[in-house]
Design a binder for this molecule. Structure first.
Ligand code: F6R
Length: 607
């Protein structure tokens, strides 16, 4: 992962390196650093921890100079220490790196045998040494970078500066994104357009295998074969990229409470003005062309796919396969022209999901991306990119992106059902009418926050917590467990209610809270039976249901959380609220870092 930035500027760059790095902190936040060229020579500041630590280091010992590179890290090779923080230097070369150099070990051994000494345990440092070695042998910086790139295996975005070269910066990408930003007599490099938003909206995206030699007034881009190429400059809408917490204590609650309004926005994007039809701006996919849908994503986005599988199969009667992207690509499943592949990603930069997209391109009949970051690699590389309209999601744990992904999937499932003759015009309208109620019902669900906070005070004492759900609420149980784990660091698992008796029930005793998502639907009585099995073994059940469900099955449970009554179709969207808020309040009760939980990053750009 990691975020990288580079600036050839007209004034001191250290403050702007910090500002732009702040916008990349979602990529990693365990250490950070900058190199700035002052009077021709490079100076470094690095610090362990979030960017505030680097800010303090720069306050204590400011750096002056108009050229610099910076990095915020999510550790892969080597612990988050100052020595392992980027930039890494070797002789006249400084480098920042996002990705993994897979053959770093043999390269490092080769360099050690030749007398090189390493200051860190990282894979990245070998890159600086290889470039330095090539320069020592007489190559120019550009030649040295080119010969080094040829030796690297794995994924990377790199930015280089060189001692004594105040007007030169070199960037390269393979497998990890990198963009050039154009200013007036200034030039920038950044992991994404959002980082560059404070300085420019004029962006050139490097393509796979590209590398670029930049000065303040020129750029020369080369492709992987070393041919000079030109890539288009595009204008990026940077206004939409400004973010703050509003009146909320955390981005996480702000984003949870934004869900009714962003969902309404997503709905208005995909519905005709009279709410009679699904309308996909820019051209609807044609589901009659396909025999199968293959849905691929990671983490929370994968659970959105899991819910969508129920919707597409039940409503549109089309077979759906789902997989997590990291498994999908290596299992190399057969994909043909009658398959539509839908990849889902909030960030649009998740390396596993991007690799899955690369795997299916050219094989599948159509590759659709359901995406939040519309300027991302996945959005640009898919045949069709459908925005979820959630707005910038800052908190590392996904919340509003999940419900907006579900919204887009719900619209597509209705569309598919209509196109495939499973719904007539009246049926389409009736399903849309259910969806249109969702923002109001989300609002109602949010009103149960005080009860969720009270339940969380108990949950925070637990060591293990189980989540149960049936049908499309099963993925919600998985999502609830994921949210709780990542925010509160309490071990949690989600199970299909009916599966519990096949093993996991052995975990049940009075110390293990069991959270049961059970709206009154066709499977309600079955879920209640599974809940009874838990209570019969001393298990402590938190029943999350509507008023009718609580009246029917609340007796004997440890606590109840009342959700608004809703049609079973939209229940997975509504029950996202308790999945998120129970985790949020358990985490605040425990005092963990809600917006930036330990060991995580918002955009996972390594495999
Ligand atoms: C969990 C979470 C992650 C992401 C996953 C995919 O709260 O946020 O599981 O959902 O890393 O990220 P995107 O959607 O950016 O591809």
């Amino acid at each position: 992962m990691c975020g990288i930035i580079g600036i050839l500027g007209k004034a001191d760059v250290a403050p702007m390196l910090l500002t732009t790095l702040k916008r990349l902190e979602y990529r990693g936040y365990d250490s950070a650093g900058v190199v700035v060229i002052n009077d021709g020579s490079m100076q470094t500041r690095r610090a362990v921890g979030k960017l505030e630590a680097l800010e303090m280091a720069l306050k204590a010992a400011p750096l002056q100079g108009n050229s610099g590179i910076g990095h915020t890290r999510w550790a892969t090779h080597g612990a988050p220490t100052e020595a392992n923080a980027h930039p890494h230097r070797a002789g006249k070369v400084a480098v920042v790196h996002n990705g993994i150099i897979e053959n770093f070990q043999p390269l490092r051994e080769e360099l050690l045998a030749k007398g090189h000494q390493f200051a860190s345990e990282t894979d990245s440092e070998v890159v600086a040494h290889l470039v330095m070695r090539a320069m020592d042998q007489g190559q120019s910086p550009a030649q040295a970078v080119a010969s080094t790139l040829a030796r690297l295996e794995g994924a990377f975005a790199l930015a280089f500066l060189f001692d004594g070269e105040d007007d030169l910066m070199i960037g390269a990408r393979r497998g990890s994104p990198l963009a050039i930003g154009h200013g007036e007599g200034e030039m920038y490099l950044g992991s994404d357009a959002m980082a560059l938003a404070p300085v420019t909206s004029r962006i050139t995206y490097l393509e796979e295998g590209d590398w670029v030699v930049l000065t303040r007034n020129s750029q020369q881009i080369y492709d992987a074969l070393g041919n000079g190429v030109s890539r288009p400059e595009v204008m990026v809408n940077v206004d939409a990229m400004q973010v703050d917490k509003g009146n909320h204590r955390h981005f996480m609650t702000k984003e949870i409470f934004e869900q009714p309004s962003v969902m309404a926005l997503a709905l208005s994007h995909y519905l005709s003005p009279d709410h009679s039809q699904i309308h996909v701006p820019g051209g609807a996919p044609d589901f009659t062309r396909f025999d199968r849908l293959v849905l691929v994503a990671c983490g929370t986005a994968y659970y959105a796919c899991h819910v969508a599988k129920y919707w597409f199969e039940q409503m549109a009667r089309i077979p759906v396969e789902i997989d997590v992207a990291s498994e999908f690509r290596y299992r190399a499943p057969p994909i043909g022209r009658r398959d539509m592949v839908i990849v889902v990603s909030q960030s649009g930069e998740t390396a596993d999901t991007l690799a899955a997209l690369h795997y299916v391109k050219g094989k599948a009949g159509q590759v659709v991306a359901i995406i939040n970051a519309t300027e991302s690699s996945i959005a640009r590389e898919a045949d069709l990119a459908l925005p979820i309209k959630a707005g910038v999601e800052v908190s590392v744990a996904s919340s509003k992106a999940f419900t907006c992904q579900l919204t887009v999937f719900a619209a597509l499932a209705i569309l598919a059902a209509r196109q495939r003759g499973e719904l007539d015009a009246a049926g389409e309208k009736a399903q849309i009418a259910k969806l249109v109620h969702t923002p109001r019902l989300l609002d109602e669900a949010l009103k149960a926050e005080p009860q969720m906070a009270a339940a969380a005070r108990e949950l925070a004492k637990a060591r293990d917590i189980l989540f149960l759900g049936r049908g499309p609420l099963y993925p919600l149980a998985l999502e609830g467990a994921l949210k709780l784990k990542e925010l509160s660091y309490i071990h949690a698992e989600g199970y299909a209610s009916g599966e519990l008796k096949h093993g996991p029930i052995a975990l049940i005793d009075e110390r293990v809270p069991v959270i049961c998502f059970a709206p009154v639907d066709a499977l309600f009585d079955k879920t209640v039976s599974n809940m009874q099995e838990v209570m019969a073994r001393g298990g402590k059940v938190l029943l999350v249901s509507d008023a009718k469900g609580i009246a029917r099955a609340g007796k004997g449970t440890w606590a109840q959380l009342e959700m608004p009554e809703c049609d079973p179709f939209i229940a997975p969207i509504i029950y996202a609220i308790p999945a998120q808020l129970l985790a949020y309040h358990t985490a605040t009760e425990k005092g963990t870092d809600v917006d930036q939980p330990r060991n995580l990053a918002k955009s996972v750009t390594v495999e």
